[in-house]
Design a protein around this ligand. Sequence first.
Ligand SMILES: [Zn+2]
Length: 498
Amino acid sequence: MAEYTIVVGLEVHVQLQTASKLFCGCANRFNPEHPNTQTCPVCLGLPGSLPVMNRKAYELSVKTALALNCNIARFTKWDRKQYYYPDLPKNYQISQYDLPFSYDGWLDIAADDADAPLRRIGIIRAHLEEDAGKNIHDESGRGNDSQVDLNRTGTPLLEIVSQPDLRSASEARRYLEELRLLLTYIDVSDCNMQEGSLRCDANVNLHVHSLDGKHIPTPITEVKNMNSFRNVELAIEFEAKRQYEEYQRTQQKLGDVPKTTRGWDANRELTYPLRSKEEAADYRYLPDPDLAPVTVTDEQVAQIKTGLCEFPADRRQRFQDAYYLSPYDASVIISQGLSFADYFEAVAKIAGDGKMAANWVTQDILREIKERQLTEGTYPVPADVLGTLLSQIHANMITTKSGRDVFQILLDEQNEATVTADRVMQIIEENGLKVVNDTGQLTAAIDEVLERSGSQQAIDAFRGGKENAIGPLIGQVMKNVKGADPKQVREMIVEKLK
Ligand SMILES: [Zn+2]
């Protein structure tokens, strides 16, 4: 029996990709090269300025919450979360405190055991708030000034809080991957972690299994500053071990000590204590008097719902059902993003063979994308061209080997100009790759090869029991009749020599 169960809840902050900020008209764009150029009196909190809510940001939030199966509140208001920090010029952040716009949702993810049923992870709430600016400290140790860039101040930020339903570090990572996939599919955020569009804090504790069968919860720690999914996974693994050691040493249970906050040091791969966390009461939340409450009608919710695309989980299942893909292949294709899934589906439809299309796009196409470092949405050959090529293989018009040759020619030509589906047929024609089903032509070619004086040795060897001896003869026939099926040639030669 395991000594403990890991219990994790994640708080994910996602920047919404709107043209402008949440309460002013400033551009919402990652722009660290030009700090403090995307600001105005509203996001700088200058006296006399008044915020106006960005309706588009609110729509994107509702869209996200619906995709996460949340209930949508028809009435919400804005609160001021008050604290002093250099990256927050107003000294308060506009957020949703007691009335979040959405609550009680869920997201299904794959279990640690891939064959086990999906795990349903509860979403406590998703609420909208404005982002703070960014402090830039000199980390070289040379003692240069710290600086503040307020370009990010006021960017619409969605906070998505999960239930503590995650039971392992790898599960936490999969939750984040599925969440990011969903958010990019529904096109609400680019979820770029390097640029800070997706940030994550983890609440971690353990249920220690006692000898008499009880589960004893340990104090919760909140881990911050994890800048990749891999680091989230590592930090949770580290934190579980650290908490178990601490429990064995101190016997401290949940409630014995206040919740603590720890940072993640990616270089040393360990967590370290940060300032103790403010309680909600410390923020002195109060309703923002400058902003009207927000109401959303049933019609508006219904309209946003209608505009939602097929979600990754649904598409993964449909690819298995409609194209006979394995769960693994469907998962690989879906996880490459919306554009790649569309590409696969276009290829599969024209090819008339989903499995073959899956093999080619997950192997050949992904390899070429990687080697050529193509940007997302760009492909080494257009979908209709690959689809046409595969349809020829599927219909036994060319062999798989010939298909690979055509693919290589297409890749080379694509470097010069865009290839078309017609070009596939031309290449097959020009190179004489069409499978030869005309047995008359094959018989003639085989007879010609067998009558060559140089073939006699191989024929004798074959008759002497060495079946492989006719290999070179098959090769010579194939050379003369390019589209011939090697299996068929072998059978015909064997038949003749018997
Ligand atoms: Zn502004």
